[in-house]
Write a protein that binds this ligand. Structure first.
Ligand SMILES: [Zn+2]
Length: 224
């Protein structure tokens, strides 16, 4: 068998494309397209006396089609990122807000779930209240193409590696705590959980969790 035919197959809605599958203009909204190899067999009739009988019995040959995980992995190859995610790191997001990428089904989760669980637990320990408060994820994973499109110049961003979350204070706040108190508690919870925690204004790190421009706490784990 030889891969004899290379075809492009687009599994996404045609409305995403303006000029057919070979050309699309929606930039980061559209993932790369899937490649499909149709496998065909060539058999020399000289080797067989009864070729017609065989062809009736042989089932259709399969196609080899890239799946979405292959497409995501190909992006990392194309962007030459430090992390080249194995298929087992590409998973369904455990929270919808973990996914700031272009692929609704998948994120690279290289620690996001564990960061959220640890920081949420520590935050509530530090608060010491009877009520458990839910931290809010502002964003998490971004695929390389998406990361570039939102203006990041860091191809190896911790968000691309799936090992960072941007966290917000609980909806409605916490009685008796000011907003800066809560930013500082999230930062402290991140540090005490063993992560790097940075108060930020958009992409800009700030010197203090009490800075008036803090709009999230970025938390990442070190290593790949
Ligand atoms: Zn961040």
């Amino acid at each position: 068998m030889t891969p004899a035919k290379l075809a492009k197959v687009c599994p996404f809605k045609p409305s995403h494309f303006t000029r057919g599958v070979a050309s699309y203009t929606c930039k980061s909204v559209c993932p790369f397209m899937l490649l499909r190899y149709d496998v065909v067999a060539k058999i020399s009739p000289n080797d067989f006396d009864t070729l017609e009988q065989y062809t009736d019995d042989v089932p259709p040959l399969p196609s080899i089609v890239q799946d979405i995980k292959d497409i995501i992995r190909q992006e990392y190859v194309d962007y030459k990122t430090d992390l080249q995610p194995a298929r087992n790191l590409i998973v369904a997001p455990s929270q919808p807000l973990f996914n700031g990428g272009n692929y609704p089904q998948f994120v690279v989760d290289n620690g996001m779930s564990e960061i959220f669980a640890a920081v949420s637990q520590k935050f509530n320990e530090l608060l010491g209240t009877e009520t458990t408060y839910e931290l809010v994820v502002e964003s998490g994973y971004r695929n390389p193409q998406r990361n570039k499109d939102v203006g990041s110049i860091y191809v190896n961003s911790f968000h691309v590696k799936g090992q960072a979350l941007d966290i917000l204070i609980p909806v409605g706040g916490v009685p008796g705590k000011s907003i800066p108190d809560l930013w500082c508690l999230i930062e402290q919870a991140g540090v005490e959980s063993g992560y790097v925690a940075l108060p930020e204004d958009g992409p800009k790190p700030l010197s203090s969790c009490r800075h008036e421009d803090v709009d999230h706490i970025h938390i990442h784990k070190l290593g790949n």
